[in-house]
Every structure is written in C-alpha cells, then in structure tokens.
Write a protein of this length. Structure first.
Length: 98
C-alpha cells in the first residue's frame, strides 16, 4: 500500500513537516519583480505571507516551528492561518508533508 504525501494537513501527523514538492520551485520573476511559484500546472504569484511560509517549508521544520519563526518576524501570526495556507497549497500540489 502506498501513502499519499499530498494529503491535507488535517489528515497528516500532529506536527507535520511541510516541504515544497519535487518539480515545484519558489523563484523570483525579474520582469514583475515578484516571487513566483513555478509548478507543472503553471505559475502562482504568492503574496508576501505565503512567500515567507514557503521559504520555511524545507521538510525539516515542523508546522509549530514555522509558526514560531514567523511570530518572531511578524505580529500575531496564528497557527490556523498557516494551516489553512498550507492546506490550500497542498491541494494545488505545491507542498507535501514529510
């Protein structure tokens, strides 16, 4: 039986470690002067918050650690906000859980 790493965060372990999926890249578009997510289905333009979260999704940091690091940089980051964002990105096949 195979596992599905793309499953939603709510189905994952209590403190999963998100990472950007193979074939997906967080890059910088020089023409638009903005970060972009390049993935097999196309291009997404993340806002500053999504970019900050994705930069921490290395498969090593847990969700709680990502939340803690973002709280050091930004005011009032709520774990449920990060969970919601990562769930949406998992649905788009941008991140997976380790």
């Amino acid at each position: 039986m195979t596992t599905h790493p793309e499953k939603a965060l709510s189905d994952a372990a209590p403190d999963p470690r998100p990472r950007i999926r193979r074939g997906v890249r967080l890059s910088h578009d020089a023409v638009r002067n903005t970060p972009v997510i390049l993935h097999p289905e196309g291009v997404l333009i993340p806002n500053a918050t999504a970019t900050a979260v994705l930069e921490l999704c290395d498969g090593e940091r847990s969700l709680s650690e990502i939340t803690r690091l973002l709280n050091e940089k930004y005011a009032a980051v709520r774990p449920e906000q990060i969970r919601s964002l990562l769930d949406r990105l998992a649905d788009k096949q941008v991140v997976e859980w380790t």
